[in-house]
Design a protein around this ligand. Structure first.
Ligand SMILES: Cc1cc2nc3c(=O)[nH]c(=O)nc-3n(C[C@H](O)[C@H](O)[C@H](O)COP(=O)(O)OP(=O)(O)OC[C@H]3O[C@@H](n4cnc5c(N)ncnc54)[C@H](O)[C@@H]3O)c2cc1C
Length: 489
């Protein structure tokens, strides 16, 4: 699998720095160790803990994921990485019988119509019989095949537009407000009026450009599909495509660390500046001793604002567009209850909340129903998401206020008696890059700038996907470019 053959290995003295010990930086360091086992690779992490936003805590028999709880297998990079670090056999699928979600309408939970995934009504009948949509909303959806397609661009490609504009134009305002907006908010914590179709869901732009309609594309696919795939009972997300390590994301981070034997890991070492010295080496300065070190190549695997801070003196033209990528903050409040505290048994994997419901939570995920081993027998673990781009003011609240807010919302929607047995609050400030309309042009410009930086690479969840698989891919690709560059400077 090596992109370099033995003769191409650079000299042992060559040094590479990876800055940032989140999953992107860990994937980069791991790939460097695979490709350049004789080079000196050093991973710098500002905090005392590897994993970045990936953080698992075990409390009183509950396994609490403080951010990501699983990853999609539509892209192969995360599964492949897990296998290479020995976690492959421990990957769990979601529980098959419960792969559905609910949505709030007028203060009550209603099932997301069977087969409706993000923006795709894979089956029409469940949409037409759904309690989520009014008769007018259903009629408007049925008119979708007759909605004129948007003119395509000069180069024959679909023109970017916001998710809100696209979904409202094609599926109608009601399907957008009641289904698309809340389902997307649960993934991107984004403002759909700004979120770019081209950067997040190009397949639907493509369907419109090719077939002129999302429904017609679906019908075409169903004609060619097997009976099995036509009968999907999933709704909300493609839950059948998600996997999680049995021991949580923390166990994945531990497994990666064990595989990084040839990499020096320096925790609590925040890189404070980055400069190219006259010899062509990259000089890093730190908040700890030794205060300066030089490297032949550097991979920045940092959130946009942190990368911008390091780059603004060295390369303002690169720092500026990275700094312009907006970020949203959110909070995950995890609460563990006894199963008998719920008035009714929980159904599905959780629920999403449309903005028009004017509630104070984005979504809730029933972690213990999705994967085994998340709560002790007889208990339930619910993860509730607050804030995001549409309600940034809520993230600023105190921990106690956030807990009270979440308990009020959960009690009113799920009917819970009494206090939770376990509570955890994880605040993620500016952790979610927002892919606004025009995102791909901005990233194209950034990548052209990076190409001019000999030995400097940037891997990020802010460029081509926020999910764990895309982070792994971004880190590994950066490592491969560095390895190639060191062999052919
Ligand atoms: C609440 C939440 C839920 C999510 N859920 C999912 C999910 O279910 N599935 C999924 O696939 N994805 C999910 N994601 C997205 C995914 O988890 C992230 O995109 C990914 O983990 C980001 O990894 P990263 O390494 O790029 O960045 P980070 O995890 O932010 O890591 C960056 C690291 O760099 C370090 N650092 C910063 N500055 C410096 C410096 N100057 N010097 C040295 N080190 C520095 C930081 O301390 C940090 O450890 C979720 C994200 C959030 C926030």
């Amino acid at each position: 699998m090596s992109v370099l053959d033995r003769k191409q290995q650079p000299s042992a003295a060559q040094r590479v720095a990876v800055v940032g010990g989140g999953i992107t930086g860990l994937a980069a360091a791991h790939r460097l160790a695979e490709l350049l086992p004789h080079a000196q690779t050093v991973l710098f992490e500002a905090t005392g803990r590897l994993g970045g936003v990936l953080d698992t805590v075990n409390t009183d028999g509950f396994l609490i994921e403080r951010s990501a709880d699983s990853f999609i297998t539509k892209f192969p990079w995360a599964v492949d990485f897990c296998r290479r670090v020995g976690v492959g056999p421990q990957l769990l699928p979601t529980r098959e019988a419960r792969r559905r979600a609910a949505v709030v309408r007028n203060g009550k939970l209603h099932p997301v119509p069977k087969g409706f995934v993000i923006m795709e009504p894979q089956q029409l009948w469940p949409m037409l019989t759904s309690s989520v949509l009014s008769p007018w909303g259903k009629l408007r959806l049925l008119a979708e095949p007759w909605v004129a397609r948007k003119p395509i661009g000069k180069d024959n490609t679909a023109v970017d537009e916001s998710v809100a504009s696209f979904a409202t134009r094609r599926l109608g305002r009601e399907v957008f407000e009641r289904l698309v907006q809340p389902l997307l908010a649960g993934i991107y914590t984004a403002d759909p009026q700004k979120l770019s179709m081209a950067a997040t869901m190009p397949q639907f732009l493509e369907s419109e450009a090719q077939a002129g309609s999302l429904l017609r594309t679906q019908w075409g696919r169903r004609r060619n599909a097997t009976e099995d795939s036509q009968g999907t009972t999933e709704s909300g997300a493609r839950y059948g495509m998600f996997l999680a390590p049995e021991g949580g994301m923390g166990s994945l981070v531990e497994a990666i660390e064990k595989k990084l034997k040839v990499v020096t890991i320096r925790r609590e070492a925040a890189v404070e500046s980055l400069q190219r010295d006259p010899s062509g080496q990259w000089r890093l300065t730190f908040n700890v001793q030794p205060a300066t070190e030089s490297f032949d190549a550097v991979i920045l695997a940092l959130p946009g604002p942190a990368a911008t801070r390091l780059l603004h003196k060295t390369n303002p033209d690169l720092a500026r567009p990275i700094g312009e990528i907006p970020y949203a903050s959110s909070v995950v409040v995890s609460t563990g209850f006894r199963r008998d505290q719920f008035r009714q048994p929980l159904d599905g994997f959780g629920f999403v909340v449309p903005k028009i419901e004017t509630r104070r939570i984005i979504a809730a995920s029933y972690a213990s129903e999705k994967f085994p081993g998340r709560a002790p027998h007889g208990y339930v673990l619910v993860r509730t998401f607050v804030g995001g781009a549409l309600q940034p003011e809520l993230v600023m609240q105190s921990e106690q206020d956030l807990i009270e807010l979440v308990l009020q919302e959960l009690s009113s929607l799920l009917g819970i008696n009494g206090d939770p047995q376990v509570v955890d609050v994880a605040r993620w400030d500016a952790a979610m890059p927002q892919y606004h309309v025009g995102h791909l042009d901005r990233i194209n410009g950034i990548e052209q700038q990076i190409e001019n930086q000999s030995g400097l690479e940037i891997a990020s969840n802010a460029f081509h996907g926020i999910g764990i698989p895309q982070c792994v891919y971004s880190g590994e690709q950066a490592a491969e470019r560095v390895a190639t560059w060191l062999c052919h400077p």
